[in-house]
Design a protein around this ligand. Structure first.
Ligand SMILES: NC(=O)c1ccc[n+]([C@@H]2O[C@H](COP(=O)([O-])OP(=O)(O)OC[C@H]3O[C@@H](n4cnc5c(N)ncnc54)[C@H](O)[C@@H]3O)[C@@H](O)[C@H]2O)c1
Length: 434
Protein backbone atom coordinates (compact mmCIF):
# COMPACT_ATOMS: atom_id res chain seq x y z
CA UNK A 1 0.00 0.00 0.00
CA UNK A 2 1.03 3.61 -0.45
CA UNK A 3 1.37 5.54 2.79
CA UNK A 4 2.12 9.20 3.51
CA UNK A 5 3.36 10.05 7.00
CA UNK A 6 2.94 13.72 7.88
CA UNK A 7 5.52 14.63 10.55
CA UNK A 8 8.87 12.84 10.64
CA UNK A 9 9.52 13.17 14.39
CA UNK A 10 9.81 10.29 16.84
CA UNK A 11 6.48 8.73 16.01
CA UNK A 12 6.35 9.57 12.31
CA UNK A 13 9.86 8.37 11.55
CA UNK A 14 9.60 5.16 13.56
CA UNK A 15 6.10 4.34 12.22
CA UNK A 16 7.11 5.23 8.65
CA UNK A 17 10.23 3.08 8.77
CA UNK A 18 8.33 0.14 10.30
CA UNK A 19 5.46 0.33 7.77
CA UNK A 20 8.09 0.38 5.01
CA UNK A 21 9.72 -2.65 6.59
CA UNK A 22 6.36 -4.47 6.42
CA UNK A 23 6.54 -3.91 2.64
CA UNK A 24 4.45 -0.75 2.22
CA UNK A 25 5.59 2.19 0.12
CA UNK A 26 6.08 5.07 2.57
CA UNK A 27 6.83 8.75 2.04
CA UNK A 28 7.60 10.74 5.22
CA UNK A 29 6.82 14.45 5.02
CA UNK A 30 8.14 17.12 7.36
CA UNK A 31 7.88 20.88 7.12
CA UNK A 32 11.36 21.20 8.65
CA UNK A 33 13.74 21.28 5.63
CA UNK A 34 16.83 20.67 7.80
CA UNK A 35 15.29 17.43 9.09
CA UNK A 36 14.41 16.21 5.59
CA UNK A 37 17.82 17.18 4.18
CA UNK A 38 19.50 15.26 7.01
CA UNK A 39 17.29 12.20 6.39
CA UNK A 40 18.04 12.36 2.68
CA UNK A 41 21.77 12.41 3.52
CA UNK A 42 21.24 9.28 5.60
CA UNK A 43 21.46 11.05 8.98
CA UNK A 44 18.88 10.27 11.68
CA UNK A 45 17.84 13.36 13.65
CA UNK A 46 17.04 11.44 16.85
CA UNK A 47 18.76 8.73 18.86
CA UNK A 48 16.63 5.59 18.89
CA UNK A 49 18.27 2.15 19.01
CA UNK A 50 18.04 0.30 15.67
CA UNK A 51 16.36 3.18 13.82
CA UNK A 52 19.36 4.21 11.69
CA UNK A 53 19.75 0.66 10.37
CA UNK A 54 16.01 0.23 9.72
CA UNK A 55 15.77 3.54 7.85
CA UNK A 56 18.91 2.83 5.80
CA UNK A 57 17.66 -0.63 4.79
CA UNK A 58 14.24 0.57 3.66
CA UNK A 59 15.65 3.60 1.81
CA UNK A 60 18.11 1.30 0.04
CA UNK A 61 15.33 -1.10 -0.93
CA UNK A 62 13.25 1.79 -2.31
CA UNK A 63 10.27 1.64 0.06
CA UNK A 64 11.02 4.75 2.18
CA UNK A 65 11.46 8.32 0.96
CA UNK A 66 11.49 11.78 2.55
CA UNK A 67 10.18 15.11 1.33
CA UNK A 68 9.06 18.56 2.44
CA UNK A 69 6.54 18.62 -0.39
CA UNK A 70 3.30 17.32 1.15
CA UNK A 71 1.12 17.24 -2.01
CA UNK A 72 3.44 14.86 -3.86
CA UNK A 73 3.28 12.35 -0.96
CA UNK A 74 -0.45 12.68 -0.32
CA UNK A 75 -1.70 12.60 -3.90
CA UNK A 76 -0.90 8.96 -4.49
CA UNK A 77 -1.41 7.68 -0.93
CA UNK A 78 -4.22 5.36 0.15
CA UNK A 79 -3.54 6.14 3.82
CA UNK A 80 -2.24 9.47 5.12
CA UNK A 81 -1.07 9.51 8.73
CA UNK A 82 -0.99 12.68 10.81
CA UNK A 83 1.97 12.28 13.22
CA UNK A 84 2.69 15.91 14.06
CA UNK A 85 3.27 17.26 17.57
CA UNK A 86 0.42 18.05 20.00
CA UNK A 87 2.29 19.96 22.73
CA UNK A 88 0.67 21.64 25.71
CA UNK A 89 -0.88 24.93 24.74
CA UNK A 90 0.88 27.75 26.54
CA UNK A 91 -1.16 29.06 29.43
CA UNK A 92 -3.92 26.51 29.88
CA UNK A 93 -2.51 22.99 29.36
CA UNK A 94 -4.96 22.02 26.60
CA UNK A 95 -3.41 20.11 23.68
CA UNK A 96 -2.29 22.55 20.99
CA UNK A 97 -4.01 21.18 17.88
CA UNK A 98 -2.83 23.84 15.46
CA UNK A 99 -0.29 21.47 13.79
CA UNK A 100 -2.93 18.76 13.40
CA UNK A 101 -5.47 21.15 11.86
CA UNK A 102 -2.87 22.66 9.53
CA UNK A 103 -1.90 19.17 8.39
CA UNK A 104 -5.61 18.37 7.81
CA UNK A 105 -6.00 21.45 5.60
CA UNK A 106 -2.84 20.61 3.63
CA UNK A 107 -3.92 16.99 3.19
CA UNK A 108 -7.42 18.01 2.07
CA UNK A 109 -6.03 20.25 -0.63
CA UNK A 110 -3.79 17.50 -2.00
CA UNK A 111 -5.73 14.25 -1.77
CA UNK A 112 -6.91 12.43 -4.82
CA UNK A 113 -9.31 9.46 -4.83
CA UNK A 114 -10.52 7.57 -1.73
CA UNK A 115 -8.09 8.38 1.11
CA UNK A 116 -7.99 7.24 4.71
CA UNK A 117 -6.71 10.05 6.93
CA UNK A 118 -5.35 8.56 10.15
CA UNK A 119 -4.61 10.54 13.29
CA UNK A 120 -1.64 8.93 14.97
CA UNK A 121 -0.84 12.02 17.02
CA UNK A 122 -2.28 11.92 20.55
CA UNK A 123 -5.39 14.10 20.27
CA UNK A 124 -8.30 14.90 22.59
CA UNK A 125 -11.72 13.38 22.11
CA UNK A 126 -13.53 14.99 19.22
CA UNK A 127 -10.42 15.98 17.25
CA UNK A 128 -11.26 13.41 14.56
CA UNK A 129 -14.66 15.10 14.12
CA UNK A 130 -12.96 18.45 13.63
CA UNK A 131 -10.37 16.99 11.21
CA UNK A 132 -13.27 15.53 9.21
CA UNK A 133 -15.08 18.88 9.22
CA UNK A 134 -11.94 20.75 8.08
CA UNK A 135 -11.35 18.33 5.20
CA UNK A 136 -14.98 18.45 4.11
CA UNK A 137 -14.97 22.27 4.25
CA UNK A 138 -11.71 22.51 2.27
CA UNK A 139 -12.69 19.86 -0.27
CA UNK A 140 -16.48 19.28 -0.41
CA UNK A 141 -15.92 16.77 -3.24
CA UNK A 142 -13.39 14.57 -1.40
CA UNK A 143 -13.91 10.85 -0.82
CA UNK A 144 -12.30 10.00 2.53
CA UNK A 145 -12.55 8.57 6.04
CA UNK A 146 -10.92 9.93 9.20
CA UNK A 147 -9.64 7.17 11.49
CA UNK A 148 -8.02 7.34 14.93
CA UNK A 149 -5.01 5.07 15.43
CA UNK A 150 -3.19 6.20 18.58
CA UNK A 151 0.42 5.16 19.03
CA UNK A 152 1.64 3.43 22.19
CA UNK A 153 5.37 3.03 21.41
CA UNK A 154 7.95 3.87 24.07
CA UNK A 155 11.02 5.90 23.18
CA UNK A 156 14.12 3.76 23.62
CA UNK A 157 12.22 0.62 22.57
CA UNK A 158 10.18 2.19 19.79
CA UNK A 159 10.84 -0.26 16.97
CA UNK A 160 10.14 -3.37 19.03
CA UNK A 161 7.00 -1.71 20.40
CA UNK A 162 5.77 -0.80 16.92
CA UNK A 163 6.51 -4.22 15.46
CA UNK A 164 5.21 -6.25 18.39
CA UNK A 165 2.58 -4.08 20.06
CA UNK A 166 0.41 -5.33 22.91
CA UNK A 167 -2.55 -4.13 20.83
CA UNK A 168 -3.44 -1.96 17.86
CA UNK A 169 -6.32 0.45 18.44
CA UNK A 170 -8.39 1.51 15.43
CA UNK A 171 -11.18 4.00 15.93
CA UNK A 172 -13.63 4.44 13.07
CA UNK A 173 -17.26 4.05 12.13
CA UNK A 174 -16.32 3.68 8.44
CA UNK A 175 -16.13 0.06 7.19
CA UNK A 176 -14.00 0.97 4.18
CA UNK A 177 -11.57 2.84 6.43
CA UNK A 178 -11.41 -0.12 8.79
CA UNK A 179 -10.61 -2.48 5.96
CA UNK A 180 -7.73 -0.25 4.74
CA UNK A 181 -6.35 -0.20 8.31
CA UNK A 182 -6.68 -3.98 8.50
CA UNK A 183 -4.62 -4.31 5.32
CA UNK A 184 -1.98 -1.92 6.61
CA UNK A 185 -1.52 -3.76 9.88
CA UNK A 186 -1.99 -7.28 8.48
CA UNK A 187 1.68 -8.25 9.03
CA UNK A 188 1.21 -7.45 12.72
CA UNK A 189 -1.92 -9.30 13.53
CA UNK A 190 -0.56 -12.28 11.70
CA UNK A 191 1.99 -12.02 14.55
CA UNK A 192 -0.93 -12.13 16.99
CA UNK A 193 -1.12 -8.51 18.05
CA UNK A 194 -4.83 -7.95 18.72
CA UNK A 195 -6.43 -5.30 16.57
CA UNK A 196 -9.15 -3.55 18.54
CA UNK A 197 -11.81 -1.81 16.47
CA UNK A 198 -13.88 0.77 18.30
CA UNK A 199 -15.51 4.14 17.75
CA UNK A 200 -13.26 7.07 16.86
CA UNK A 201 -13.98 8.95 20.08
CA UNK A 202 -13.34 5.83 22.15
CA UNK A 203 -9.96 5.31 20.48
CA UNK A 204 -8.97 8.91 21.14
CA UNK A 205 -9.84 8.57 24.81
CA UNK A 206 -8.16 5.16 25.13
CA UNK A 207 -4.74 6.71 24.46
CA UNK A 208 -5.15 9.33 27.20
CA UNK A 209 -6.56 6.77 29.62
CA UNK A 210 -3.50 4.56 29.06
CA UNK A 211 -0.99 7.34 29.69
CA UNK A 212 -2.88 8.73 32.68
CA UNK A 213 -3.09 5.27 34.23
CA UNK A 214 0.67 4.69 33.84
CA UNK A 215 1.45 8.15 35.22
CA UNK A 216 -0.80 7.34 38.19
CA UNK A 217 1.00 4.06 38.81
CA UNK A 218 4.39 5.81 38.86
CA UNK A 219 3.11 8.54 41.15
CA UNK A 220 1.56 5.98 43.47
CA UNK A 221 4.84 4.14 44.00
CA UNK A 222 6.70 7.45 44.38
CA UNK A 223 4.44 8.44 47.25
CA UNK A 224 4.77 4.97 48.80
CA UNK A 225 8.56 5.53 48.53
CA UNK A 226 8.29 8.75 50.52
CA UNK A 227 6.34 6.89 53.20
CA UNK A 228 8.94 4.09 53.19
CA UNK A 229 11.63 6.65 54.00
CA UNK A 230 9.63 7.89 56.98
CA UNK A 231 8.80 4.48 58.42
CA UNK A 232 12.02 2.61 57.62
CA UNK A 233 10.61 0.35 54.90
CA UNK A 234 12.02 -0.59 51.47
CA UNK A 235 10.04 0.51 48.40
CA UNK A 236 11.68 -2.03 46.09
CA UNK A 237 10.43 -4.85 48.31
CA UNK A 238 6.98 -3.25 48.46
CA UNK A 239 6.95 -2.93 44.65
CA UNK A 240 7.88 -6.58 44.24
CA UNK A 241 5.41 -7.59 46.92
CA UNK A 242 2.53 -5.93 45.10
CA UNK A 243 3.79 -6.25 41.52
CA UNK A 244 3.80 -10.04 41.50
CA UNK A 245 0.05 -9.83 42.02
CA UNK A 246 -1.23 -10.25 38.45
CA UNK A 247 -4.00 -7.76 39.09
CA UNK A 248 -1.35 -5.09 39.71
CA UNK A 249 1.63 -6.09 37.54
CA UNK A 250 5.27 -5.19 38.16
CA UNK A 251 5.79 -2.59 35.38
CA UNK A 252 5.86 1.12 36.20
CA UNK A 253 6.45 0.46 39.89
CA UNK A 254 9.99 1.87 40.06
CA UNK A 255 10.23 4.76 42.48
CA UNK A 256 12.21 7.70 41.14
CA UNK A 257 12.37 11.43 40.57
CA UNK A 258 8.91 11.74 38.96
CA UNK A 259 7.81 11.10 35.39
CA UNK A 260 8.87 13.36 32.53
CA UNK A 261 9.19 13.02 28.78
CA UNK A 262 7.31 14.12 25.72
CA UNK A 263 4.02 12.39 26.60
CA UNK A 264 2.97 11.85 30.23
CA UNK A 265 3.19 15.48 31.44
CA UNK A 266 1.33 16.97 28.48
CA UNK A 267 -1.15 14.11 28.08
CA UNK A 268 -2.21 14.10 31.75
CA UNK A 269 -2.74 17.88 31.54
CA UNK A 270 -4.76 17.61 28.33
CA UNK A 271 -6.96 14.85 29.79
CA UNK A 272 -7.57 16.95 32.90
CA UNK A 273 -8.66 19.88 30.72
CA UNK A 274 -10.93 17.77 28.51
CA UNK A 275 -12.57 16.18 31.56
CA UNK A 276 -13.15 19.59 33.15
CA UNK A 277 -14.67 20.91 29.92
CA UNK A 278 -17.13 18.01 29.87
CA UNK A 279 -17.89 18.48 33.58
CA UNK A 280 -16.55 15.03 34.41
CA UNK A 281 -13.33 16.00 36.21
CA UNK A 282 -10.82 13.20 36.78
CA UNK A 283 -9.59 14.25 40.20
CA UNK A 284 -7.16 11.37 40.58
CA UNK A 285 -5.24 12.55 37.49
CA UNK A 286 -5.38 16.17 38.66
CA UNK A 287 -3.66 15.05 41.87
CA UNK A 288 -1.13 12.90 40.00
CA UNK A 289 -0.06 15.85 37.83
CA UNK A 290 0.25 18.18 40.82
CA UNK A 291 2.18 15.66 42.94
CA UNK A 292 4.54 14.86 40.08
CA UNK A 293 5.42 18.44 39.22
CA UNK A 294 6.24 19.17 42.88
CA UNK A 295 8.27 16.01 43.15
CA UNK A 296 10.84 16.88 40.48
CA UNK A 297 11.95 20.00 42.30
CA UNK A 298 11.74 18.21 45.65
CA UNK A 299 14.51 15.95 44.31
CA UNK A 300 16.75 19.02 44.25
CA UNK A 301 15.97 19.53 47.94
CA UNK A 302 16.82 15.88 48.59
CA UNK A 303 20.30 16.49 47.17
CA UNK A 304 20.69 19.65 49.25
CA UNK A 305 19.75 17.69 52.39
CA UNK A 306 22.29 14.98 51.50
CA UNK A 307 24.93 17.74 51.31
CA UNK A 308 24.19 18.80 54.89
CA UNK A 309 21.57 21.44 54.12
CA UNK A 310 23.45 23.71 51.71
CA UNK A 311 25.00 23.44 48.27
CA UNK A 312 26.06 27.08 48.00
CA UNK A 313 29.46 27.18 46.31
CA UNK A 314 29.53 23.37 46.08
CA UNK A 315 30.00 21.33 42.91
CA UNK A 316 27.31 18.79 42.12
CA UNK A 317 27.78 16.14 39.43
CA UNK A 318 24.65 15.04 37.59
CA UNK A 319 24.68 11.72 35.72
CA UNK A 320 21.94 11.25 33.13
CA UNK A 321 19.94 14.13 31.64
CA UNK A 322 17.41 12.62 29.24
CA UNK A 323 13.97 11.76 30.64
CA UNK A 324 14.85 8.08 30.39
CA UNK A 325 17.71 5.95 29.02
CA UNK A 326 18.17 5.07 25.32
CA UNK A 327 16.79 8.32 23.96
CA UNK A 328 18.19 11.80 23.43
CA UNK A 329 14.80 13.32 24.26
CA UNK A 330 15.04 16.07 26.89
CA UNK A 331 11.37 17.14 26.80
CA UNK A 332 10.16 17.69 30.39
CA UNK A 333 13.09 15.65 31.76
CA UNK A 334 13.28 15.61 35.60
CA UNK A 335 16.98 16.57 35.30
CA UNK A 336 15.91 20.07 34.23
CA UNK A 337 14.04 20.69 37.50
CA UNK A 338 16.72 19.03 39.64
CA UNK A 339 19.50 21.12 38.09
CA UNK A 340 17.50 24.35 38.27
CA UNK A 341 16.74 23.73 41.97
CA UNK A 342 20.44 23.11 42.65
CA UNK A 343 21.53 26.19 40.72
CA UNK A 344 18.92 28.30 42.52
CA UNK A 345 20.49 27.13 45.79
CA UNK A 346 23.93 28.30 44.65
CA UNK A 347 25.48 25.06 43.36
CA UNK A 348 27.85 24.67 40.41
CA UNK A 349 26.68 21.80 38.23
CA UNK A 350 28.71 19.38 36.13
CA UNK A 351 26.69 17.00 33.97
CA UNK A 352 27.10 14.06 31.66
CA UNK A 353 24.70 12.07 29.47
CA UNK A 354 25.67 9.45 26.85
CA UNK A 355 23.31 10.78 24.14
CA UNK A 356 21.38 13.77 25.45
CA UNK A 357 24.02 16.48 25.83
CA UNK A 358 23.38 18.30 22.55
CA UNK A 359 19.67 18.54 23.33
CA UNK A 360 20.42 19.44 26.97
CA UNK A 361 22.76 22.30 26.02
CA UNK A 362 19.86 24.05 24.29
CA UNK A 363 17.80 23.90 27.50
CA UNK A 364 20.14 23.87 30.50
CA UNK A 365 22.76 26.60 30.56
CA UNK A 366 25.50 27.43 33.05
CA UNK A 367 26.44 23.77 33.34
CA UNK A 368 29.84 22.22 32.69
CA UNK A 369 29.23 19.33 30.30
CA UNK A 370 31.69 16.50 31.03
CA UNK A 371 33.32 13.84 28.83
CA UNK A 372 32.21 10.81 30.84
CA UNK A 373 30.94 9.80 34.28
CA UNK A 374 34.35 10.04 35.97
CA UNK A 375 35.15 13.42 34.42
CA UNK A 376 31.71 14.56 35.61
CA UNK A 377 32.46 13.41 39.18
CA UNK A 378 35.78 15.28 39.30
CA UNK A 379 36.03 17.44 42.47
CA UNK A 380 32.30 17.07 43.07
CA UNK A 381 30.88 17.47 46.56
CA UNK A 382 28.03 15.15 45.60
CA UNK A 383 26.93 13.07 42.64
CA UNK A 384 23.28 12.64 41.59
CA UNK A 385 22.20 9.78 39.39
CA UNK A 386 19.11 11.04 37.55
CA UNK A 387 18.78 8.77 34.49
CA UNK A 388 19.66 5.08 34.71
CA UNK A 389 21.65 4.56 31.49
CA UNK A 390 23.28 1.11 31.41
CA UNK A 391 26.72 2.69 31.48
CA UNK A 392 25.94 4.12 34.96
CA UNK A 393 24.92 0.75 36.37
CA UNK A 394 28.40 -0.65 36.94
CA UNK A 395 30.58 2.35 37.70
CA UNK A 396 34.01 1.68 39.20
CA UNK A 397 33.16 2.80 42.73
CA UNK A 398 36.81 3.11 43.81
CA UNK A 399 37.71 5.29 40.83
CA UNK A 400 34.57 7.36 41.23
CA UNK A 401 35.26 8.04 44.91
CA UNK A 402 38.85 9.01 44.16
CA UNK A 403 37.63 11.59 41.63
CA UNK A 404 35.17 13.24 44.01
CA UNK A 405 35.92 15.89 46.63
CA UNK A 406 33.43 14.26 48.94
CA UNK A 407 31.84 10.81 48.49
CA UNK A 408 28.15 11.68 48.60
CA UNK A 409 25.88 9.87 46.11
CA UNK A 410 22.18 10.56 45.64
CA UNK A 411 20.78 7.73 43.54
CA UNK A 412 17.34 8.80 42.29
CA UNK A 413 16.88 5.49 40.42
CA UNK A 414 17.88 2.99 43.12
CA UNK A 415 20.54 1.51 40.84
CA UNK A 416 23.07 0.74 43.61
CA UNK A 417 22.84 -1.31 46.78
CA UNK A 418 22.99 0.72 49.99
CA UNK A 419 25.22 -1.81 51.80
CA UNK A 420 27.69 -1.93 48.90
CA UNK A 421 27.88 1.86 48.71
CA UNK A 422 28.44 2.09 52.44
CA UNK A 423 31.17 -0.56 52.24
CA UNK A 424 32.94 1.65 49.68
CA UNK A 425 32.77 4.58 52.08
CA UNK A 426 30.00 6.58 50.43
CA UNK A 427 27.30 8.60 52.08
CA UNK A 428 24.48 7.13 50.02
CA UNK A 429 20.91 8.33 49.65
CA UNK A 430 18.33 6.66 47.42
CA UNK A 431 14.55 6.71 46.97
CA UNK A 432 12.31 4.88 49.43
CA UNK A 433 15.10 2.84 51.00
CA UNK A 434 16.79 3.54 54.29
N1 LIG B 1 7.30 10.51 21.34
C1 LIG B 1 6.62 9.47 21.78
O1 LIG B 1 7.14 8.60 22.45
C2 LIG B 1 5.15 9.34 21.45
C3 LIG B 1 4.52 8.11 21.69
C4 LIG B 1 3.17 7.98 21.37
C5 LIG B 1 2.47 9.06 20.82
N2 LIG B 1 3.10 10.26 20.62
C6 LIG B 1 2.34 11.35 20.02
O2 LIG B 1 2.68 11.45 18.64
C7 LIG B 1 2.67 12.81 18.21
C8 LIG B 1 4.02 13.20 17.62
O3 LIG B 1 4.98 13.11 18.66
P1 LIG B 1 6.55 13.15 18.35
O4 LIG B 1 7.23 12.90 19.64
O5 LIG B 1 6.83 12.29 17.17
O6 LIG B 1 6.70 14.69 17.94
P2 LIG B 1 7.98 15.42 17.27
O7 LIG B 1 7.93 16.81 17.77
O8 LIG B 1 9.20 14.58 17.48
O9 LIG B 1 7.66 15.39 15.71
C9 LIG B 1 6.64 16.13 15.08
C10 LIG B 1 7.12 16.49 13.68
O10 LIG B 1 6.02 17.01 12.94
C11 LIG B 1 6.51 18.03 12.06
N3 LIG B 1 5.37 18.84 11.60
C12 LIG B 1 4.56 19.64 12.33
N4 LIG B 1 3.59 20.18 11.54
C13 LIG B 1 3.77 19.68 10.30
C14 LIG B 1 3.09 19.83 9.06
N5 LIG B 1 1.98 20.59 8.95
N6 LIG B 1 3.56 19.18 7.98
C15 LIG B 1 4.64 18.39 8.09
N7 LIG B 1 5.33 18.19 9.24
C16 LIG B 1 4.90 18.82 10.34
C17 LIG B 1 7.51 18.76 12.93
O11 LIG B 1 8.42 19.50 12.14
C18 LIG B 1 8.19 17.58 13.66
O12 LIG B 1 9.32 17.10 12.96
C19 LIG B 1 2.27 13.62 19.44
O13 LIG B 1 0.89 13.83 19.42
C20 LIG B 1 2.65 12.71 20.59
O14 LIG B 1 1.87 12.96 21.74
C21 LIG B 1 4.43 10.40 20.90
Amino acid sequence: MRVAMIGAGYVGLVSGACFADFGHDVCCVDKDPAKIEALNRGEIPIFEPGLAELVAKNVREGRLTFTTHLPEAVKSAEAVFIAVGTPSRRGDGHADLSYVYQAARDIAAAMDGYTVVVTKSTVPVGTGDEVERIIRETRPDADFAVVSNPEFLREGAAIADFKRPDRIVIGTEDQRGLSVMNDLYRPLYLNQSPLLAMSRRTAELTKYAANAFLATKITFINEIADLCEQVGANVQDVARGIGLDNRIGSKFLHAGPGYGGSCFPKDTLALIKTAQDYEAPIRIVETVAAVNSQRKRAMGRKVIAACGGSVRGKTIAVLGLTFKPNTDDMRDAPSIDVITALQDAGARVRAYDPEGMDAAMAIITDVHYARDAYDCARDADALVLVTEWDTFRALDLVRLKAAMASPVVVDLRNVYRPDEMRRHGYTYVSVGRT
